[in-house]
Design a protein around this ligand. Sequence first.
Ligand code: ZN
Ligand code: ZN
Length: 447
Amino acid sequence: MTWDLDKLLQNSGSLCFCGKKHSCDLKEVIVKPQALAELPDAVRRSGGSRVFIIADRNTFQAAGETVCARLEEAGIGHKCFVFPDQELKLNNTAVGEVILNFDQSCDMILAVGSGTIGDLSKLAASVAKRPLVTVATAPSMDGFASATSSVILNGTKVSLASCAPVAIVADLDILCAAPFSLLQAGIGDMLAKYISICEWRISSLVTGEYYCEEIASLMRAAVEDCVAQAEGLRDRRPEAVETVFKSLVMSGMAMSFAGLSRPASGVEHYFAHLWDMRALEFATPVQHHGIQCGVATLFSLKIYDLIKKITPDRTRALAYVESFSLEDWNRQLTEFLGVSAKALIEREKSEGKYERKGHGQRLERIMHSWGQILQIISEELPKEEDLRQVLRTMELPLTPQEIGMTSEEVKDTFLATKDIRDKYIASMLVWDLGVIESIAADFQSAL
Ligand SMILES: [Zn+2]
Ligand SMILES: [Zn+2]
């Protein structure tokens, strides 16, 4: 690996070239075979004397029993809350159950799991005002170290502020034995970073958004390390699994460092969010978050290939935006997303990204820096064939059909990505240029 996680943790809080102090709440990460033997010490170092364990059936089986045994041997009291669900969903009910069952005599929350259990425990720790230690069971997503949780609140998927763990302990033997779909998801969530960094740079040019080259170069190194380890990951080799896991942890730290999700998510993540939202509404098929991000990274690459062929035209862009009807678009968005479109339509009222004035300013910057934008795309994005190779190695999906969708649904998803959050991404760039319709049509044919 070309970067050092422990060094990053030590340097947390120091001043960066970008002018920001980069810090995160995470203090230590232990990743090694038999790491659970070190869990009691990590718990004590983080101030825990009696812990409330949150797990589900699968994660309890993978690591929970050993965790309880190690804590008992060390004389650390604990109370377990194990969800019986086969497929736990992080919704009002799950959050309520944990809060109602929380044992007030516990001074720490211990998450045993990744993904849903991790997000739920971060939320519980934040509500109960207790420090959190996470025992990871799979290298499946990059939310370990971040201070947000993805939750289904009243039927819609939202991202809520929660709290990051102070320590993460991961037994490499357990990570290596995780279900293959979770290893696929882990590398998929890392591949997304190609697009995230590219769009972060473009946004800083077009909107003047804050950007940190130190963080971006860390992310570049991490994604390259993961790509180089794809075959090892497929074969469950410990050094490959360790690299991917550490890269995922570091992505969460990078988001805390930057104070925004830019280093780790761009338009490809919005494809995934939209598919999750549609699944809640219309029961359309969904895969693990990272698997969706992996295939969406390939789709995003196709969009950037089309963007490279655009010749910006001020008159065309202004005419398009002049004729754009927000009312018509909101209707289309509601048809595509159902009830959850409401929140996006509401948000636009305060964001005003479709307003003429903001568009005019962005367009001028795009016209002025088009050469630089093309340069960024060529510097940051891999060749489609190279990305396909990694996806194939990890047996990840490559087409809409493989994720149970039509090319039209994927095209419609692209059109809706610009409405998810106030973040400048590929779909906003082509809207600003007045070519979103033609790009979307060409994108659909290229799928
Ligand atoms: Zn910085
Ligand atoms: Zn992600």
